[in-house]
Design a binder for this molecule. Structure first.
Ligand code: MN
Length: 737
């Protein structure tokens, strides 16, 4: 019986040197070539299955070109270099990729390793092929650039090239597969680094594109090179256990194969073996023993059509008892990478757990070759849906790129997206969205639409109001409440799980900070001009133009933003605009204070040390890149900062501010039962909310630290008065440090 998977369980090798000659996961035709012409013959034979004669000739001419270009170069293994591009092209031929992709695969290293340029490739093999080769070529490392920075730039380039043409990543994955297969020749430290990178980046991409066997093969090879000892121990243990398993597998297989036709279902049934990496991962992540992992028996049933999947499920549940909560319908709700199947778990003979996957032939093709099924099974409409979801994902990468600040941020967003989508939730209109495990209503809101995310203020999950940080569960119905002037909260970044939500929140905050800083800068400049006895309007246009030219600033707005961010000093600019000499001591007039409302947004920050509230005497401080920070006059941190280069601004509270501010107080009380309840009651009575409370026992006394919400100083005084009346209270103080 031919297995559905490549034979994933290797025979236990005594040492890794022998492994090189006995790669466990790879079909024979992937061995490093010994005889060039023999390899070429085999390659052409594969092409002849699906390409026209003239196309084969074109591919062969690319082979000769590449062979010529790489002449004299050897791989670390000692083989002629051309053996590598040929092996890469062969993998692509297995997926029936077109001439352009095959040509690009054969040429994929010439730009990096030989003198041939992109233009030469374009002239000879066409522009598209040249773009494909460019997409897989690394960028030259810049001077002063660390290895990590250069690597991050390369990933970004590759991911964006892939978003434009998915064939780029197919070439890159085939390239990585061959490199992983020939890794034994490489230095051990480099070997581990490449294996780690494969596990972190390439295997998840293969998985995201539905290339499941390739993903598993890359994981298995990475595992072998990262932890050679653990790999050997597991391989040995699996081999030893196989004898015992065979009998059980045979018995279950027979029972299923007998039952299905009885129910009128035509099916193909196969036993599945786990690969070593997945056994290792289950043992590590779920703290299971080897036998707990291995004693689960896997089977796959392939039927002709979708209704038969559900019929087969019914037949199986009649044969063995299903384990509750283990059934998953990935047919009705496919995984993000297009994967479809029914999954169930049963209690088999002797009480052994049995896992079964049920799918149709089409679903099986997608499960095995993902996006590559576009080339492998050209005429089939079953793959339209898959093409669409893949296209959407690739587009979202481009969106992420435009919303990301730099390469590191972009990569972080992408990594968030690479892990398999696992939670399925519903919109109020019944549309299904798939989100990564751990996703929150904020992720959901951004998945529906960027505007919904940006305006989101609250949510209902299954008709109940719930906090925005709630982790969503399968089947939740999520409704987002929006408000027209709401904006994302920086604290959301702590719990969102999708790349899109993270990128959009950061993007929004950055844009808003610029706007708010510009508004603040304008006010600060007006104030500085007033101190010199001028209104803003009295500055001549020509003075502004001269100023912009002198300072290389692009616009007035940019200047104001810089003032608001604390990058330029308003007083210096005011003097410059009025053409005053800096050395002459200007006669300053009292320009009045800046008015603070506490709703200025990110440009005006209330200091977290002293937490000023309306009614407190306050002072503003402008520090580089931070904008305006408001402290109380008696803030202890302020005294420490006075020596540093800062600009001080007179500020005062606007009258009648109507919002809550947070303050901290410390209450020293006798350590008796029920004192916290009394304090809490006193606070509530005075009309305040408790945001947080922390207690420190000290034997006879106890210190209680409260974070409260109050509108102003008067209200706070009222609360403290209330609390002093409680007999157990010894001392109360506001905390400003
Ligand atoms: Mn290569």
């Amino acid at each position: 019986m031919a297995s559905v998977f490549p034979a994933v369980i290797p025979t236990a090798p005594p040492c890794s040197a022998e492994l090189a000659d006995e790669p466990p996961l790879i079909p024979d035709d992937m061995h490093p070539p010994v005889d060039k012409s023999e390899d070429m013959d085999r390659f052409c034979l594969k092409l002849s299955v699906y390409l026209k004669k003239e196309d084969i000739e074109r591919v062969c001419s690319a082979y000769r070109f590449s062979d010529e270009a790489h002449r004299g170069q050897l791989r670390i293994s000692g083989h002629p270099y051309i053996s590598h591009p040929l092996a890469v092209a062969e993998t692509l031929a297995d997926w029936h990729l077109d001439t352009q992709a095959l040509t690009a695969a054969l040429l994929h290293d010439v730009m990096e390793d030989t003198a041939i340029t992109k233009d030469e490739i374009a002239a000879r093999f066409g522009k598209t092929t040249a773009e494909l080769v460019d997409g897989v070529s690394k960028i030259d490392r810049l001077e002063n650039q660390s290895y990590e920075e250069a690597q991050a730039e390369n990933y970004r380039k590759m991911l964006l090239a892939m978003a434009r043409d998915v064939r780029v990543i197919l070439i890159k994955l085939a390239d990585r597969l061959h490199n992983m297969n020939t890794l034994d020749a490489v230095r051990p430290d480099k070997r581990r680094r490449i294996a780690r990178e494969t596990l972190d980046i390439y295997a998840p991409i293969a998985n995201r594109l539905g290339l499941n066997p390739l993903c598993r093969e890359l994981q298995e090879l990475s595992f072998r090179h990262m932890y050679p000892l653990r790999y050997q121990v597991l391989a040995k243990a699996v081999k030893a256990a196989r004898g015992n398993r065979r009998e059980v597998v045979g018995k279950i297989l027979q029972a299923i194969e007998k039952r299905l036709p009885e129910c009128g279902i035509e099916a193909e049934v196969k036993g599945r073996e786990k690969n070593l990496y997945s056994i290792y991962r289950k043992m590590r992540d779920k703290h299971l023993t080897f036998s707990q992992v291995l004693d689960i028996y896997g089977f796959r049933i392939i039927v002709n059509d979708t209704p038969s999947c559900y019929l087969a499920l019914g037949a199986l549940h009649g044969l063995y008892k299903p384990i509750p909560g283990k059934f998953k319908d990935y047919i009705a709700i496919p995984k993000g990478n297009g994967y479809q199947s029914l999954h169930t778990a049963l209690i088999g003979p002797y009480g052994t757990p049995v896992e079964v996957q049920i799918r149709t032939t089409d679903m099986h093709h997608i499960a095995q070759s993902g996006v590559a099924s576009h080339w492998l099974y050209k005429d089939d409409h079953a793959f339209d849906q898959l093409q669409q979801t893949t296209h959407r994902w690739l587009q979202s990468l481009i969106e992420l790129q435009s919303a990301s600040h730099d390469t590191a941020e972009f990569l972080e967003h992408v990594k968030f997206d690479l892990f398999p989508t696992e939670v399925y939730v519903f919109t109020p209109r019944g549309r299904i969205l798939s989100l990564p495990r751990g996703a929150t209503p904020v992720d959901f809101a951004y998945a529906v639409h960027t505007d919904i995310g940006n305006r989101c203020v609250a949510c209902h999950i299954n008709f109940e109001p719930m906090p925005l940080r709630t982790e969503l569960r399968n089947g939740d119905r999520v409704e987002i409440v929006t408000a027209p002037h709401a904006g994302p909260n920086p604290s959301w970044l702590a719990y969102v799980r999708t790349g899109k939500a993270r990128a959009q929140i950061r993007h929004f905050l950055k844009t808003r900070q610029t706007e708010e800083s510009a508004a603040l800068g304008e006010r600060l400049l007006a104030r500085a001009l007033a101190e010199l006895g001028h209104a803003t309007g009295s500055v001549e246009n020509s003075a502004w133009e001269k100023f912009l030219a002198d300072t290389n600033a692009r616009s007035r707005r940019e200047v104001c933003t810089d003032i608001g961010l604390g990058l330029r000093l308003a007083s210096v600019i005011a003097r410059h605009l009025l053409a005053r000499d800096d050395s002459a001591q200007p006669e300053l007039r009292k320009a009045g204070s800046m008015i603070i409302r506490g709703t200025e947004g990110v440009a005006v920050k209330l200091a977290t040390c002293c937490q000023p509230i309306p009614g407190d005497p306050i002072i503003g401080m402008i520090r580089k890149g931070q904008g305006l920070v408001v402290h109380t006059h008696d803030c202890p941190t302020l005294a420490k900062l006075s020596g540093t280069k800062t600009e001080w601004i007179d500020v005062e509270w606007a009258p009648g501010i109507d919002r809550m501010f947070e303050v901290r107080i410390r209450v020293l009380a006798q350590n008796v039962r029920g004192v916290l309840a009394k304090l809490a009651a006193g606070i509530a009575e005075a009309g305040s909310n408790i945001v947080d409370v922390r207690m420190e026992d000290d034997g006879a006394t106890t210190s209680l630290y409260f974070v409260l919400q109050v509108t102003d100083r008067q209200r706070l005084a009222g609360i403290m008065r209330n609390l002093r009346r409680i007999p157990e209270v010894i001392r109360i103080a506001r905390i400003k440090e």
